[in-house]
Design a protein around this ligand. Structure first.
Ligand code: SAH
Length: 373
């Protein structure tokens, strides 16, 4: 399904495409850079703020482009380590962008490292059995401009809460593409968006601080390995054998471990960087010591980092997280083999819409919203 907005978002334009449009208008090429500067460095929210452009040019821009294709519905600050921005698209779909703070010793929470979790689709077609994002199926891909605009909203928010100059670069440390959707199923828009975020005329955000997470679309992993920009890769593994993985992830039928793991190796070899294997621990599904042993062997073989994530319960789904002892016993198998492993200690369910669980929540928020209007 494709959504064609009235006006394309300017946040989907590159320096080259914008310069070409301006040339058709008889404007010099340097105008493109001036405009992008207003958007990404000065964070203009209105065309009329762009005072070094002529009035007719501003009027043309306003007629031609959407300055920001997302409107902020609400900004939910939690007592915990995550904040969420609920954003409405022009077709009234809702997405969430999540700000995750990693508290650091000796500094207040406002100075902690920030990771921004962005969405790439409305809904998801991958149908992983444990995940809320796919429960209502797939609605549509986000355009490149919609993906980029999520980060601009985070910048607007950070600008209003910090005293540092706006012209400084983005005030967050990492971007993870782990929100709603399968990023590699929306490949071209994803790459275009990440290119804009990375470009010096855009947000100037380092490719090495951007992690793309996938459920395992092998041909696209190989394609990503050939991209000139070195993005990081995370694989949602969640099963260390085909028998376990295919029970919870239908994608494993098309791309079983015998295809997935060599693709991950190719990616890691081309980039010379560690890949992350994500493994949600779900009670009695994939949390056995046997699975831990298989995962250890895979991680050792790929020189991968393992991120263990205790499952967050989803309303309407039967899965549970194992107790702490069982989580630790699983992690110990990896630790004993000196595999770099992190066991995410989330504070309860305050984080429940952090990553990969956004769809249900947003639809419920939509209902609340309708009642408010
Ligand atoms: N489609 C991509 C990115 C979105 S999901 C992917 O599969 O990687 C981001 C991460 O959140 C994935 O690892 C996903 O498996 C995980 N996730 C989904 N539902 C979850 C839940 N209920 N608890 C914990 N993690 C979950």
């Amino acid at each position: 399904m494709r959504f064609t907005p009235e006006k394309p978002p300017i946040t989907g334009e590159t320096l080259e495409t914008l310069a070409a449009r301006l040339k058709d208008q008889g404007e010099p090429a340097f105008r493109a850079r001036q405009i992008l500067d207003w958007i990404y460095k000065k964070r203009a929210r209105q065309w009329d703020e762009m005072t070094n452009l002529s009035k007719p040019l501003r009027a043309w821009l306003a007629d031609t482009f959407d300055l920001n294709p997302l409107s902020l519905v609400f900004d939910k600050q939690s007592r915990d380590v995550t904040d969420k921005l609920l954003l409405e698209l022009r077709d009234r779909s809702l997405i969430e962008t999540v700000i995750i703070r990693a508290p650091q010793e000796g500094v207040g929470i406002e100075h902690s490292r920030k990771t921004i979790c962005i969405s790439t689709q409305v809904g998801c077609a991958m149908a992983c059995a444990f995940c809320a994002s796919g429960l209502d199926g797939f609605k549509r891909d986000l355009s490149a401009g919609e993906i980029v605009a999520q980060l601009l909203h985070v910048c607007y928010r950070e600008d209003s809460t910090t005293t540092r100059a706006r012209e400084e670069l983005a005030s967050f440390d990492n971007i993870v593409v782990m929100g709603m959707g399968e990023p590699l199923a929306n490949y071209d828009n994803l790459i275009r968006a990440l290119t804009i975020l990375n470009a010096e005329w855009g947000l100037g955000f380092g490719a090495r601080r951007i992690t793309v997470s996938t459920s395992g679309l092998v041909p696209k992993i190989l394609k990503l390995a050939d991209e000139p920009l070195g993005f990081r890769l995370a694989i949602s593994l969640h099963g260390a054998t085909d028998a376990v993985r295919e029970k919870i992830m239908p994608v494993n039928k098309a791309f079983p471990l015998a295809k997935l793991l060599p693709a991950v190796r190719t990616f890691a070899e081309k980039h010379g960087r560690m890949v992350t294997l994500e493994f949600i621990l779900i009670e009695d599904v994939n949390d056995s010591i046997d699975q831990a042993g298989e995962l250890r062997d895979i991680a050792r073989d790929l020189h991968a980092h393992v991120n263990l994530i205790p499952y967050n319960t989803v309303v309407g789904l039967p899965w549970k997280r194992p107790d702490i002892e069982r989580q630790e016993a699983f992690a110990d198998v990896l630790r004993a083999a000196r595999i770099p492993v992190t066991l995410r200690r989330e504070k309860g369910h305050d984080i429940d819409a952090a990553c990969g669980q956004l769809r249900l929540k947003t639809e419920r928020d939509r209902e609340a919203l309708t009642q408010m209007r």
